[in-house]
Design a protein around this ligand. Structure first.
Ligand SMILES: Nc1ncnc2c1ncn2[C@@H]1O[C@H](COP(=O)(O)OP(=O)(O)OP(=O)(O)O)[C@@H](O)[C@H]1O
Length: 310
C-alpha cells in the first residue's frame, strides 16, 4: 500500500475558520515515551472552545496516553500543554473543577454504593447538578442502592459518565466512553452529550472506534497516527472534500496512478483505489481516458476514511 501523507494539511492544524477561535487546549511538541517506546512524537494539537472532537486512531496509536497526558495524569517527556490558556503541570486546583474525565475503565470504590459514591464526589464540586444526576440514574436504569463492585461493565461506564457530567464541566474528556454500552445506551449517551454541548463554551473530546457515534455527534475528527495528530477537521468538511477514486482496467496496475491531492492509495485486483482531497474531476476523467481505465468516484463513509487513513 502506498502511503502519501496529506501535504495540504500540516499535522494538528485546524481549518482556517476555526484556527482563530479561543483554544481550550493547545499542545506544542508533546513527547511521551514508555521506556524505549516513543508513543507521542512532537505532537501539536489545537482544540478551540465549543467543539465536539472525536479522537480516532488504531489500537495502540496512543489515544489513552494522549488523553492522560492532557489532563496531567501521566508525565510527559517534552513539549507543553495549555488548558484554558494555562500550562498543565499537574492535575488539581480550581481548573480541575472545569474538567470532567471518563476513563476507559472505571474500577474505583467497589465497596461503595452508587448513591454514596455520587454524594461523596458531589462534595468536591461547587456546580454539582443533582437534578441531572437523579434523572440520569433513572433514565439509564442505575440502581442507586447497588454496590459499584456489583455493577456490570456497561453500568460502571454509565456511572462514570454521570459522575463526569454532573459537575457541569467546561471540558469533558472521555476515553472510549461507550465501548461497553448497548446501542440504546450509546444513543442516549450521545443525546446527553449533544444537549450538554448546546450550552455555550463547552468542549468535548472523546476517543472512540465507533464511527457511527462520531457521525451522530457531528464531531470534528482528529486522527492520531505515527505519534502525531495528523489533522483535526469537521466531519462535514471531510465528507465534502475527500473522495474515493477508483480506476479499473483489465490489465491491472503495477502501482496506483499519480493524482494531485492523493492522501493514500493502493492496488486491489484490477483496481487502483485512491483517497483524494479536492479531486479535479476533469483531470481524473482525462487520466482514465489516457490509461484506458474506467473511473468511479465515491463519497467514502467515515468508516472507510478511518480504515484508509488510520
Ligand atoms: N503504562 C504503560 N507502560 C508501557 N507502555 C504503555 C503504557 N501505557 C501504554 N503503553 C503503550 O503505549 C502505546 C499506546 O497505548 P494507548 O493505550 O495509549 O493506545 P490507544 O490508542 O488508547 O489504544 P486502544 O485503542 O487499544 O485503547 C501502546 O503501545 C502501549 O503498549
Amino acid at each position: 500500500m502506498t502511503v502519501i501523507d496529506p501535504a495540504t494539511t500540516p499535522p494538528g492544524t485546524m481549518p482556517a475558520s476555526e484556527s482563530s477561535a479561543r483554544p481550550v487546549l493547545q499542545v506544542r511538541g508533546l513527547e511521551k515515551s514508555f521506556k524505549q517506546r516513543q508513543v507521542l512524537k512532537a505532537l501539536d494539537w489545537h482544540v478551540p472552545t465549543g467543539r465536539v472532537v472525536g479522537l480516532l486512531g488504531r489500537n495502540g496509536a496512543g489515544k489513552t496516553t494522549l488523553l492522560r497526558c492532557l489532563l496531567g495524569l501521566s508525565p510527559i517527556n517534552g513539549g507543553s500543554i495549555e488548558l484554558f490558556g494555562e500550562p498543565m503541570i499537574e492535575p488539581g486546583g480550581e481548573r480541575m473543577h472545569r474538567i470532567g474525565f471518563v476513563p476507559q475503565t472505571f474500577d474505583l470504590f467497589p465497596w461503595m454504593k452508587v448513591r454514596a459514591y455520587l454524594d461523596f464526589t458531589a462534595a468536591f464540586y461547587t456546580r454539582w447538578n443533582q437534578i441531572l444526576v437523579d434523572r440520569l440514574l433513572a433514565d439509564w436504569e442505575l440502581d442507586a442502592k447497588q454496590k459499584i463492585g456489583e455493577l456490570s461493565q456497561g453500568q460502571r461506564q454509565k456511572l462514570a459518565i454521570v459522575r463526569a457530567i454532573a459537575p457541569d464541566p467546561d471540558l469533558l474528556v472521555l476515553d472510549e466512553p461507550v465501548a461497553s454500552l448497548d446501542p440504546q445506551a450509546r444513543r442516549a449517551f450521545m443525546g446527553e452529550l449533544l444537549t450538554l454541548m448546546r450550552a455555550p463554551g463547552k468542549t468535548v473530546i472523546f476517543s472512540t472506534h465507533i464511527t457511527a457515534d462520531l457521525e451522530r455527534a457531528d464531531a470534528d475528527i482528529a486522527l492520531l497516527r505515527d505519534g502525531r495528530i495528523q489533522f483535526t477537521r469537521p466531519l462535514a468538511e471531510l465528507r465534502e472534500r475527500l473522495k474515493r477514486v477508483i480506476f479499473q482496467r483489465a490489465d491491472g496496475w503495477s502501482q496506483p496512478p499519480a493524482v494531485a491531492g492523493v492522501m493514500k492509495s493502493h492496488v486491489q485486483g484490477d483496481q487502483a483505489i485512491l483517497l483524494v482531497e479536492d479531486p479535479v474531476i476533469d483531470s481524473l476523467h482525462a487520466l482514465a481516458a489516457r490509461e484506458n481505465a474506467n473511473l468511479r468516484i465515491e463519497v467514502p463513509t467515515l468508516e472507510d476514511l478511518f480504515v484508509e487513513l488510520a
